[in-house]
Design a binder for this molecule. Structure first.
Ligand code: Q9C
Ligand code: ZN
Length: 337
C-alpha cells in the first residue's frame, strides 16, 4: 500500500498536564517513527507529501484560527520563557463569546484542553500532517487503491477553530474535503479511535455531504467528556448524517465488533462514494490511554470489514500510544485493507 509520511513531525514535542503534572505528551515523535519503521518492515511503499494546500486547510478551519496557529509560537516566544504555549482558562459555561486581544486569552479561545500545547515545531508538523492527508486523498483518486496517511500530530479532536486532545488541524476532515473537491458527492468518515472524534463531528455536524460515524468510549466516563453521545445525530441538513456508537469503559471485543457492524451497516446505507478511516489504534488491549480489548489480529479484521464496504478508501492516522505495539497494530490494519 502507498504510505504518505514525513519527518517534519519530529520537531513537534509537546507537553500535557497529566495527573496534575506538566509532562511530556503521550503523543510523542516516537509514535510516528515507530509506525514508519513497522510499515517499512512490512514492505509498504513510502512517499513524502506534496506542499500543503492552505486554501484547502482554510476551507475546513477558520482563517482566523489558521493565522493564529501559524504565529502562536513566535508571539509566545517574544514575551514568555515557558517551553510550551498554552492557556490556563477557557470560555466554559456562563461566559459569552468574547474575543480576547491578548495571546493568552486567544490560546484559551482557540483550545479546549490542557493536554495540548504549541511548541517551536508545531506549525511545521501540523501543516505537514495536513499535506500528508491531502496527498493520501489525491493518490487514492489517482490510483483507486487504498492509501494511508501517517499523520502526526493526529487531528480528530480539532474543530474548525480549536485545538485539544493532541490535535490541531483535522487531517481526516481535510482528506474528506479534498475528496469532495475532486468530485465525490458524499464521503463517510469512520472513526475507530478509542476517543470520540469531537472535532470531526463538529466540523461536519450541519452537512449531509460528509457522514461521520464513530465507535468510542462513552463520553459520560471518558475524554472528550462533552461530545460523542448517542443522541448527537446532526443538525439542519446534517440531521441523520452523524452516528455515535459509544461503548462503556472496558467493553470487550464482542461488543466492539457489534458496534462495528452497526457502523458499517449505517455507512453502507448512506450512499457514500468514498471512505476516510480515522485510524486510532488506542482501542488496543495494551494501550495506556484506553480500556478496550482489541488485539493486534483484530485490527486486520476491522480493516477487512471496512474494505468489504467496497468504496475508495483513505486511511488517516489518529491516536494509539502502546509503544512498540503501535506500529505493529497499524501494520495489522493495513494488511486487512
Ligand atoms: N493527561 C487521541 O487519541 N488526553 N487523543 C489525556 C490525560 C486525552 C487522545 C489527558 C487523550 C487525547 C488523538
Ligand atoms: Zn484516541
Amino acid at each position: 500500500m502507498l504510505v504518505v509520511a514525513s519527518d517534519a513531525h519530529r520537531a513537534h514535542v509537546s507537553l500535557e498536564i497529566h495527573n496534575g503534572i506538566m509532562s511530556e505528551s503521550h503523543e510523542s515523535p516516537e509514535r510516528a517513527d515507530g509506525i514508519a519503521a513497522a510499515l517499512a518492515v512490512a514492505g509498504h511503499e513510502m512517499v513524502v507529501p506534496e506542499a500543503v494546500d492552505l486554501d484547502l486547510v482554510r476551507s475546513v478551519h477558520t482563517t482566523e484560527y489558521v493565522d493564529f496557529l501559524s504565529t502562536a509560537w513566535e508571539r509566545w516566544s517574544e514575551r514568555e520563557t515557558g517551553p510550551a504555549a498554552m492557556s490556563f482558562m477557557w470560555p466554559a459555561r456562563g461566559f459569552g463569546d468574547a474575543r480576547p486581544d491578548d495571546l493568552i486569552g486567544q490560546l484559551g479561545y482557540h483550545s479546549f484542553a490542557a493536554d495540548t500545547t504549541i511548541v517551536p515545531g508545531t506549525w511545521e508538523a501540523i501543516t505537514a500532517a495536513a499535506a500528508i492527508a491531502t496527498t493520501a486523498a489525491d493518490r487514492l483518486l489517482d490510483t483507486r487503491a487504498t492509501t494511508y496517511g501517517l499523520c502526526r500530530p493526529p487531528g480528530h479532536h480539532a474543530s474548525t477553530d480549536q485545538f485539544g486532545g493532541y490535535c490541531y488541524l483535522n487531517n481526516a476532515g481535510i482528506a474528506a474535503q479534498r475528496l469532495l473537491d475532486r468530485g465525490a458527492q458524499r464521503v463517510a468518515i469512520i472513526d475507530v479511535d478509542y476517543h470520540h472524534g469531537n472535532g470531526t463531528q463538529s466540523i461536519f455536524y450541519d452537512r449531509s455531504d460528509v457522514v461521520f460515524v464513530s465507535i468510542h468510549a462513552d463520553p459520560r466516563e471518558e475524554f472528550p467528556w462533552f461530545a460523542g453521545h448517542a443522541d448527537e445525530v446532526g443538525v439542519g441538513p446534517g440531521e441523520g448524517w452523524n452516528l455515535n456508537v459509544p461503548l462503556p469503559r472496558g467493553a470487550d471485543r464482542a461488543r466492539w465488533f457489534d458496534a462495528l457492524d452497526t457502523a458499517a451497516g449505517y455507512l453502507d446505507r448512506s450512499e457514500v462514494d468514498a471512505i476516510v478511516v480515522s485510524l486510532g489504534v488506542d482501542a488496543y488491549v495494551g494501550d495506556p490511554l484506553g480500556t478496550f480489548e482489541l488485539t493486534t489480529d483484530d485490527f486486520t479484521v476491522v480493516a477487512q470489514r471496512i474494505a468489504a464496504l467496497d468504496r475508495p478508501t483513505v486511511v488517516i492516522q489518529e491516536g494509539g500510544y502502546a509503544g512498540e505495539a503501535l506500529g505493529v497494530n497499524v501494520a495489522a490494519f493495513l494488511a486487512g485493507c
